[in-house]
Write a protein that binds this ligand. Sequence first.
Ligand SMILES: Nc1ncnc2c1ncn2[C@@H]1O[C@H](COP(=O)(O)OP(=O)(O)OP(=O)(O)O)[C@@H](O)[C@H]1O
Length: 240
Amino acid sequence: MTAPGITLEGRVAIGGAPLIPQVRLEAGAGQWTCLLGPSGAGKSTLLRLIAGIADEADLTGTLSATDGAALSGRVGLMAQSDLLLPWLTVIENVTLGARLRGTEADAHRAAQLLEEVGLADHAGKRPATLSGGQRQRAALARTLMEDRPIILLDEPFSALDARTRVQMQDLTARLLHGRTVLMVTHDPAEAARLGNAILILDQDGLRRRAPAPGAPPRAVDDPATLQTQGALLAELRSTP
Ligand SMILES: Nc1ncnc2c1ncn2[C@@H]1O[C@H](COP(=O)(O)OP(=O)(O)OP(=O)(O)O)[C@@H](O)[C@H]1O
């Protein structure tokens, strides 16, 4: 799969009120870009605009893929909450996209993905009977089932305990390798571990910060990664 980059350039308003000043957001092809910033800055709105589902927001500007082809049909979004339908089993949730399109789901691929995320034994269970980490893995399998080259992740690991979070970060980095990923996170440690590129959005706009050296996912105790984490945290704390 060849994953194109994304460029969003312009300003964003909601209901006529300015939300994001003129920005240029670039998510590199096949790279993992992390987007940090204070609550309400418009991070989720940017993801929703790129996913084509931000009916409430207006972008005055351009949104394009770096290969020049349309973005439509090439973007997968894993939203802030896992959005698993409680009345469907795990495997039915994973194959929901095909069901909604009225097409036959690839059952073999769905089973393979559940195996990869470690949920093969839970395929017939309802989401309510799973732990938080298992639900996140089911949501990840559903996102991967759609097989899109561009993946948008909105605080995908925020509800997890520290140990499960690191496991999920490693798993997601492995499974999304080579895709273009844009991830919103509030966690500087997560951005320092996973980002090939790091962006901060606040009321002044969007700025780029240097990622830690080496390929993600970086070790949690890697000194350079911890240093990047500290620098990001200091900057976020000083942001109004
Ligand atoms: N559907 C909507 N209708 C009207 N306003 C909205 C809608 N969705 C979001 N907003 C407003 O847009 C602003 C930005 O919201 P957004 O969710 O993009 O911020 P965020 O940076 O992702 O915040 P957080 O980190 O808290 O998730 C907020 O003030 C929010 O109230």
